[in-house]
Design a protein around this ligand. Structure first.
Ligand code: F6P
Length: 322
């Protein structure tokens, strides 16, 4: 390989810039060219392609978002769109790709790699942590720290007003953000899509907890199967009119901000590994870290939607919220 095309795609995640920096600098270290592609697959199709060098990634390791910008591309889902994308890569002399993103990104990479003879490796970049083949995705650690910071603040006002708060966090159809931040913020209960939610049981739990508690926090993952934070709030209000209940949706604040040290180190490690993997003949694989060791997972396996949740985590919330 001579010229690596690099792009970010799907929802941005803190630490993507650290990964971009690592890929560009490692390629430079091995005397390879790197070509930046703006706005993911969309920019690939539109020819938003430009040369990068070690200097073009100076002073970005600490910045949230992605300097390459990102997009979700409808066109790339079609064989026609992918054909144009491939022609653009050929035109710019790109002979390998590093894709940074989540399941949508790797679904696209998988289709592309099957149709065209171009080696692609992926770096897991999503706050959701919902990929198989890595303990943590780039952005997850920063996002969960943003969540606990926000929930700690909500706890202050909840405690002052003796309120029940239903706080909704992101994660699409995964409860991994809610699960971990539920423990870390001392939530009274968590609601996640991976388990069935019985709203009456949830209410019983709130009611039968310690009586002298002045605030209660229910942490809800956005993909929950109980109808969402407002519906849960409505149910609690109906059952316990004496509770002063509020709903708070944290939203896109969870995607921004300076990446944590953990995210910067993860992104740097697997960014270096991505270039080395391409040099060693890897293709169609996502690079992650499992038990502190690099791991290589075929795209089709990485995007299987069944990242298992640790049932002990649920039990921990139950035990510690009494
Ligand atoms: O995948 C990351 C994520 O932030 C999810 O947690 C969320 O469901 C989704 O992206 C929101 O996407 P958008 O910013 O396009 O609304």
């Amino acid at each position: 390989i001579n010229n690596i095309g690099l792009f970010t795609s799907g929802g941005d995640a803190p630490g993507m810039n650290a990964a971009i920096r690592a890929v560009v600098r490692t390629a430079t270290y091995y005397n390879l060219q790197v070509t930046g592609i703006r706005r993911g697959y969309e920019g690939m199709i539109n020819g938003e392609i430009f040369p990068m060098d070690g200097k073009s990634v100076a002073n970005i390791i600490q910045r949230g978002g992605t300097i390459l910008k990102t997009a979700r591309s409808e066109q790339f889902r079609t064989p026609e769109g992918r054909k144009i994308a491939y022609e653009q890569l050929q035109k710019h002399g790109i002979d390998a790709l590093v894709a940074i993103g989540g399941d949508g990104t790797f679904t696209g990479a998988r289709a592309f790699g099957a149709e065209y003879d171009i080696p692609i490796v992926g770096l897991p970049g999503t706050i959701d942590n919902d990929l198989i083949g890595t303990d943590f995705t780039i952005g997850y650690d920063t996002a969960i720290n943003t969540v606990i910071d926000a929930v700690d603040k909500i706890r202050d006002t909840a405690e002052s007003h003796d309120r029940v708060f239903i706080v909704e966090v992101m994660g699409r159809d995964s409860g991994l953000i809610a699960l971990r931040t539920g423990i870390a913020s001392g939530a009274e209960a968590i609601v996640i899509p991976e388990t069935e939610t019985d709203l009456n049981a949830l209410c019983n739990r709130l009611e039968h907890g310690r009586k002298d508690k002045s605030s209660k926090i229910v942490l809800v993952a956005e993909g929950d199967n109980a109808g969402g934070a407002f519906e849960i709030g409505r149910h609690i209000k109906e059952r316990f009119p004496h509770y002063d209940t509020r709903v708070s949706i944290l939203g896109h604040i969870q995607r921004g901000g300076r990446p944590s040290c953990m995210d910067r180190v993860l992104a740097s490690r697997i960014g270096v590994a991505a270039v080395e993997a391409l040099r060693n003949g890897h293709r169609n694989e996502m690079i992650g870290i499992i038990h502190n060791e690099l791991s290589y997972t075929p795209f089709e396996h990485a995007i299987k939607h069944n990242v298992e949740i640790n049932p002990n985590f649920l039990k921990i919330v139950e035990i510690l919220s009494i």
